[in-house]
Write a protein that binds this ligand. Structure first.
Ligand SMILES: C[S@@+](CC[C@H](N)C(=O)[O-])C[C@H]1O[C@@H](n2cnc3c(N)ncnc32)[C@H](O)[C@@H]1O
Ligand SMILES: CC(C)=CCC/C(C)=C/COP(=O)(O)OP(=O)(O)O
Ligand SMILES: [Mg+2]
Length: 295
């Protein structure tokens, strides 16, 4: 083997499925391969759980430093991270009774923070897929560092066409990753991979049909992330068409606003904060959790 072949050879744990299915997926793979925003990396550095989703819950003001506190920036970062991990905890809490022998699927796993949390909570195996080779390598590297790479694995793969056996997963989820795909195709694949009686959970931002059409803020979020936010109605319709029966639909909008208001005061702002705050406030956009049973 030449040195060039050696450097491009996949890590033993990283199963690679070749090529994005569409030019759009190629763009998304490049986007996440190139992503290195401090608002994500510095939060992940707090405890080694790297998330690409937002936070929920009340801000613990006692945990924040005052204006004279030289540690105030680090405290603010730790608090934002605590709220993001709290979001993942809520998602995992809706997966149902998961045993150590079960396998879970994280569709659009990012850098793998939720996968690690799922394994630590249930002792089970977790298979994640992402379009980004950089993210998969990062997630597999973290799993190896934690000594859990025998249970937690990220694969470079399209979530609409995964290598997982039909009926093999006890539960599966999308954490802020469903706005990159067609929902009918997505739920058809979850429905295939889940065992009957298995649980599907998503936390997502969706536009509110009561507003009428996607607002300018929603369009701004789409442009910022190169994604395509769906309406709440689209989620429920596509689930119904794919043997996924909702057991809980929870509006997390009031729970995520404190995270955004705190984030807007930090030095790590990215410029998208006002679009989230304004659209949550004018009712055009909602942050929701939907948990559904595969029937
Ligand atoms: C906002 S990040 C969310 C990451 C993760 N769920 C989390 O909570 O940290 C979106 C993720 O969706 C993934 N993604 C988007 N489209 C995908 C597709 N068609 N197949 C697999 N992953 C996809 C991206 O690669 C990225 O990892
Ligand atoms: C709720 C919606 C509409 C989410 C869109 C998907 C997305 C990009 C999520 C956060 O990723 P990130 O953690 O990389 O973003 P940021 O850098 O803004 O923290
Ligand atoms: Mg983030």
């Amino acid at each position: 083997m030449t040195s060039a072949e050696l450097t491009t050879a996949p890590a033993p744990s990283a199963l690679r499925i070749p090529g994005p299915a569409t030019p759009y997926q190629g763009d998304i793979a490049r986007y996440w391969d190139g992503e290195a925003r401090p608002v994500n990396l510095r939060l992940g550095d707090v405890d080694g759980l790297y998330h690409h989703h937002y936070g929920i819950g009340e801000v613990d003001t006692a945990a924040l430093g005052g204006p004279q506190d030289r540690e105030s920036e680090n405290k603010l970062i730790a608090e934002l991270h605590r709220l993001e991990s709290a979001q993942a905890d809520v998602l995992l809490g809706h997966l149902g009774d998961i045993g150590r022998g079960d396998t879970l699927v994280d569709a659009g796993c990012g850098r793998g923070g939720s996968m690690v949390m799922a394994h630590q909570r249930f002792g089970c195996s977790v298979e994640g897929v992402t379009l980004s080779a950089k993210q998969a390598d990062f997630a597999n590297g973290r799993a190896a560092e934690l000594g859990i790479d025998d249970h937690v694995r990220a694969t470079v793969c399209n979530m609409l066409s995964t290598p997982f056996a039909t009926g093999s997963a006890a539960a599966s989820w999308n954490n802020e990753s469903s706005m990159y795909v067609d929902l009918d195709d997505l739920f058809a694949e979850h429905s295939r991979v889940l065992k009957v009686g298995g649980r599907y959970v998503t936390i997502t931002g969706c536009w509110n049909p009561r507003y009428g059409q996607p607002s300018k803020w929603v369009s701004q979020i789409n442009a910022h992330f190169e994604c395509n936010i769906h309406s709440r109605r689209e989620y429920l319709r596509a689930m119904a068409d794919n043997r996924l029966v909702p057991q809980a639909v929870i509006d997390l909008t009031p729970d995520t606003l404190p995270y955004w208001q705190l984030r807007a005061t930090s030095s790590l702002v990215t410029g998208i904060e006002d679009a989230f705050i304004n659209s949550y406030r004018d009712g055009s956009f909602q942050y929701v959790l939907i948990a559904a049973d595969r029937v």
